[in-house]
Ligand binder design. Structure first.
Ligand SMILES: CC(C)(COP(=O)(O)OP(=O)(O)OC[C@H]1O[C@@H](n2cnc3c(N)ncnc32)[C@H](O)[C@@H]1OP(=O)(O)O)[C@@H](O)C(=O)NCCC(=O)NCCS
Length: 169
């Protein structure tokens, strides 16, 4: 399978924050943002693999900045690294300033998707070729994050998480 660029999986989802999607402080409800990120990231993983994809894990979410009612929210998702059947997708969330149009980074998250066949069995996906400095940074850290996720899920023995252990040696 031929490797693909991270850029070719880029997916952008722009939408408003409506009253039914907010918490009592009139900020976007966390679960609503998780769902929007899942949607954008799954499209990104599908664009990379051209297969059915399922969310395997949500590895990291940082709700750094609240997103007020009426905001224009842009979610950008890109596959940062592909392994055998799994893909790490990096998600950046931006809010657009109403007057200046400037985009301010609000949140980021990392999800893992797995490409599957019609029976739900994992299938192989193409590799990723990172191009930009940021894509290369994210690619480099992805194996460590995959090992951490597998250890936390009880699917990997910590002793086998060599990349993760190297952080502490
Ligand atoms: C995700 C799923 C296909 C993995 O199946 P599995 O039997 O664990 O398959 P495998 O052990 O072969 O793992 C497949 C890949 O997923 C990766 N993976 C599985 N669990 C993971 C986790 N928690 N974190 C990171 N990667 C994970 C494995 O490392 C493997 O990656 P690789 O092929 O790139 O090396 C299966 O658990 C599933 O279908 N889950 C439900 C998905 C779903 O419905 N999501 C929506 C939630 S409502």
């Amino acid at each position: 399978m031929e490797a693909k660029t991270a850029e070719s999986s880029k997916t952008i989802l722009t939408d408003l924050v409506l009253p039914s999607e907010t918490n009592p402080l009139n900020n976007l409800f966390g679960g609503e943002l998780l769902a929007r990120m899942d949607r954008a990231a799954s499209i990104s993983a599908r664009r990379h693999s051209r297969r059915i994809v399922v969310t395997a894990s949500v590895n990291h979410v940082a709700f750094n900045r609240s997103i007020p009612l009426g905001s224009v929210v842009t979610i950008e998702a890109k596959v940062s690294r592909a392994f055998k059947s799994s893909m790490e997708v990096y998600i950046d969330v931006w809010i657009e300033d109403r007057e200046s149009g400037e985009c301010i980074k609000a949140n980021e998250a990392i999800y893992t998707f797995v490409a599957v066949d019609e029976t739900g069995r994992p299938v192989s996906v193409p590799e990723i070729t990172p191009e930009t400095k940021l894509e290369k940074q994210r690619f480099e850290g992805a194996l460590r994050r995959k090992q951490l996720s597998l250890v936390l899920a009880g699917k990997m023995n910590p002793n086998d998480a060599t990349e993760l252990k190297a952080l502490f040696s």
